[in-house]
Design a protein around this ligand. Structure first.
Ligand code: PLP
Length: 426
């Protein structure tokens, strides 16, 4: 394997032309699309149009005339195509954390309404120790708020299936782990949980736009995910929430399914009724006024994924991560880095993580050379994380990033006080 081989792979890459749709600064090898996706070229003009033509000239009339009221559902329906859902099952709203709160509260409510379920017995919210902290915090916060009725039980990644029993009300998992990049098998876990009478919430933060997801085929109950990672929606982009159609129908007659009963979840917000009456479908998972500028940006990002198609994205993602792993094994063998991401592509997402005792300064040295990944805390020095976004990452980027890493170790470029100070965002 040589650099020329990588250039040849780029020439043969069916997604090569997609890179032109993004702003990738000169001298930057951007391997952090798992944290913040790159800026699509179309976004600035789209947002400017909403600002100048819609907000600037139509003012309040734009809620009707420019379709602003439909935007959370319109972008939600596009994301539905990326995650194997029906258009009426997805809405864009709030952050992933807030959406987790809504679906967890809904799932607990659904369980409580089931006549055969004893609230005292089915009291476990099951998740994984290394789930993303906000998922765990939301579960802990809600369980605490509800008194001693629920217990948050955390097990290791590989212990989930064995931990599902009839005490479990909700299984709440992130499909692709933010630290290791390891991917859960969505369909068998969902099946196992439902067989045991539990409901399942999937966090797709590291999946949507990165790995093919078919929520309907997996019979998933609930899902949430971020707009700013592989969906390229921009910093703090609105998140999305999915609720299976069968649950939306079952919930249609219930007034309060989650406590965030804001006016955008009302059947008719502009009736200004003093009484909350929920919308019948996924609209009830809206809460407050949607962020129109942010949704306009998110729509451009989702369009980049739809234009390429998830099959092609996954095929290239597997090739990129495989190449990176092979090059790290072959060319960085003496650096002390340990691969923590599954070696079998069917068990990983689009990210590779490497453990090293000096992970933080090594990543700072790489960033100083324009190779942008990120760092996550952990025992033994922490993790270097590299996200591979097939829409704008090239095979030659992978080669050059590994060579930069080799050099950082060979020259001990990381070993300088300038790279030791921790920053606020890592
Ligand atoms: C798995 C997962 N869930 C949720 C979040 C963040 O949620 P929020 O959009 O509320 O900040 C992240 C952020 O990286 C994440 O990795």
């Amino acid at each position: 394997m040589t650099r020329d081989d990588c250039l040849e792979s780029d020439r043969r890459d069916p997604l090569a032309a997609q890179r032109e749709k993004f702003v990738v600064p000169d001298g930057v090898l951007y391997l952090d699309g798992n944290s913040l996706g790159a800026l699509p070229r179309a976004t600035a003009a789209a947002v400017a149009r909403v600002v100048e033509e819609e907000w600037g000239t139509q003012l309040i009339r734009a809620w009707n005339d420019a379709g602003w009221m439909d935007l959370p559902r319109r972008v939600g329906a596009k994301i539905a195509r990326v995650i194997g859902a029906l258009p009426q099952e997805v809405i864009c709203a709030d952050s992933t954390s807030v959406n987790l709160f809504k679906v967890l509260a809904t799932a607990l409510r659904l369980q409580a309404e089931r006549p055969q379920v004893s609230m005292r017995d089915r009291r476990v919210i099951l998740s994984e120790k290394s789930n993303f902290p906000t998922d765990l915090y939301i579960a802990q916060g809600l369980a605490d708020w509800l008194g001693s009725r629920y217990e948050v039980r955390l097990v290791e990644f590989n212990e989930i299936a064995a931990a599902i029993d009839d005490s479990v009300a909700v299984v709440m998992l992130t499909h692709v782990n933010y630290r290791t990049g390891a991917k859960h098998s969505m369909t068998p876990i969902t099946y196992r949980a439902q067989q045991a009478g539990a409901l399942v919430i999937w966090d797709l933060a590291h999946s949507a736009g990165a790995v093919p997801v078919d929520l309907n085929a997996a019979r998933a109950d609930f899902a949430v995910g971020c707009g700013y990672k592989y969906l390229n929606g921009g910093p703090g982009a609105p998140a999305f929430v999915y609720v299976a159609d069968r649950h939306l129908r079952a919930l249609a007659e219930q007034r309060f399914v989650h406590p965030l009963s804001g006016w955008m979840g009302h059947r008719a917000p502009f009736e200004f009724s003093a009484q909350f009456e929920p919308a019948r479908g996924i609209d009830r998972f809206g809460v407050g006024t949607p962020s129109i500028l942010a949704l306009a940006a998110l729509e451009c990002g989702v369009d980049t994924v739809l234009a390429a198609g998830m099959e092609a994205i996954r095929a290239k993602s597997v090739q990129l991560t495989e190449l990176f792993l092979r090059l790290v094994e072959d060319r960085c063998a003496d650096t002390g880095m340990k691969i923590v991401t599954p070696r079998d592509a069917s068990y990983r997402g689009s990210q590779v993580s490497l453990a090293h005792e000096h992970a933080w300064p090594v990543m700072q040295a790489l960033i100083a050379r324009g190779v942008i990944g990120d760092f996550r805390e952990g025992s033994g020095g922490g993790l270097l994380r590299f996200g591979f976004a097939p829409l704008y990452n090239r095979f030659v980027d992978v080669w050059d990033a590994v060579e930069a890493m080799r050099d950082v170790f060979a020259t001990r470029a990381w070993d300088t006080p300038a790279f030791l100070a921790r920053k606020r965002v890592t």
